[in-house]
Design a protein. Structure first.
Length: 352
């Protein structure tokens, strides 16, 4: 199930409730100054955190001093395996959980202090139930819209229709929520986040449980949202699901941010290796070692080693000169997926 927290405009009376969403401002008892309202022209970062940390009561550090920097206008893929701290981070960003230490800003406004000012500019979709199962999609959106104090009730029907149309749910708008497929529920959640113009959309695993077709559709939707100039912060445990739409990525591993930057930069971190197919792998490895290539690896009739500064031509010449029978020689660079797995670790067991 999905919980829509469309800023302070969430479906406040919905099952599963969003009372907690308003809690930070209520608990601190002070509204942020009007100067804290986000300015559409700046700042350069839509999301920024410093040393953001969450330690749960049992002592587990779910998020460990992370410094997020999400450029405005980017589609930022927040990636990491199950249990790596993505949802906990997102909950802190939206003021739904209190950090143990560290700071977070949304659109330049400190959270949770500025929640009331900034959340109307932020659409979000995170785990947890929020829609009424016995109401249809349109009526659920109407409740979300009615709960938004900043929305004009006279234009509600237009807003709802536009949002339904945008996520391709117009035809199914009259169907009860409980009869929606997982993909339709996900779309409705995104529609709720799009009821009013937003500067930032935060989506926690929007492709979770979707079939390949649904995943493709959500990707298309993300592209459209981004084309309107809205910053998209989207989490996923699968690089492949968001790789095609992301301009930037942040990679989490057991609560720590192990990489952050443009997707292209992640691609560039992949060091090239020389791969030699040979009749004499042991001798070939020996030659590579002698000319200075570190740690050659033998697998069957293949030898690989980091290319470092050597040219493949020079290596080939040296091998032939040493009498090694070279059947094939090439340079391989790891795929993005391999780099991602290298950062997050492989294996079935969840972190923590
Ligand atoms: N309320 C809580 N109390 C105690 N531990 C928690 C709580 N919420 C989350 N955790 C723990 O914090 C860690 C991070 O969880 P989180 O939900 O943030 O991970 P995630 O990256 O979103 O994982 P997934 O991909 O499965 O959604 C996990 O080990 C989880 O068990
Ligand atoms: Mg999660």
């Amino acid at each position: 199930m999905t919980d829509v927290r469309a800023g302070s405009s969430g479906p406040a009376g919905a099952p599963g409730g969003t009372a907690e969403a308003a809690r930070p401002a209520a608990v601190t008892g002070r509204a942020a100054s009007p100067a804290a309202s986000p300015d559409a022209a700046g700042p350069a970062l839509a999301v920024s955190t410093t040393g953001l940390t969450k330690r749960f009561r049992g002592g587990q550090v779910a998020v460990d001093h992370i410094d997020l920097a999400v450029p405005r206008g980017s589609v930022y893929g927040f990636l990491g395996p199950n249990g790596s701290g993505k949802t906990t981070t997102i909950r802190m960003l939206l003021g739904l959980a209190f950090p143990t230490s560290g700071q977070a800003e949304l659109l330049g406004v400190p959270m949770p202090q500025g929640a009331i000012q900034v959340l109307p500019h932020v659409g979000s979709l995170i785990e947890g139930p929020a829609f009424y199962p016995f109401l249809n999609g349109r009526d659920n959106l109407a409740r979300c819209d009615a709960a938004d104090r900043t929305a004009d009730p006279r234009t509600a029907a237009d807003r709802i229709n536009t949002a339904l149309d945008r996520v391709g749910l117009l035809a199914a708008a009259g169907k009860r929520y409980r009869n929606y497929s997982l993909g339709m529920k996900q779309r409705l959640a995104i529609a709720a986040g799009l009821l009013t113009p937003r500067q930032l959309i935060v989506l926690d695993e929007p492709t979770n449980g979707l079939d390949p077709q649904g995943t493709r559709e959500v990707r298309g939707l993300i592209r459209e949202i981004a084309a309107d100039g809205i910053t998209v912060f989207v989490s996923s445990h699968l690089l492949a699901e968001v790789e095609q739409v992301c301009s930037h990525v942040g990679v989490m591993r057991t609560g720590r941010l192990v990489f952050q930057g443009p997707l292209e930069e992640l691609r560039r971190t992949g060091a090239a290796r020389i791969r030699i197919e040979t009749t004499d792998p042991a001798v070939a490895a020996d030659v590579l070692r002698k000319i200075g290539l570190p740690d050659p690896q033998i697998a069957g009739d293949e030898v690989t080693a980091p290319l470092t500064d050597f040219s493949p031509e020079r290596i080939c010449a040296d091998l032939v000169h040493a009498g090694v029978g070279v059947r094939g020689l090439g340079v391989v660079t790891p795929s993005l997926e391999e780099l991602f797995v290298g950062l997050t670790g492989e294996g079935f067991d969840v972190d923590g």
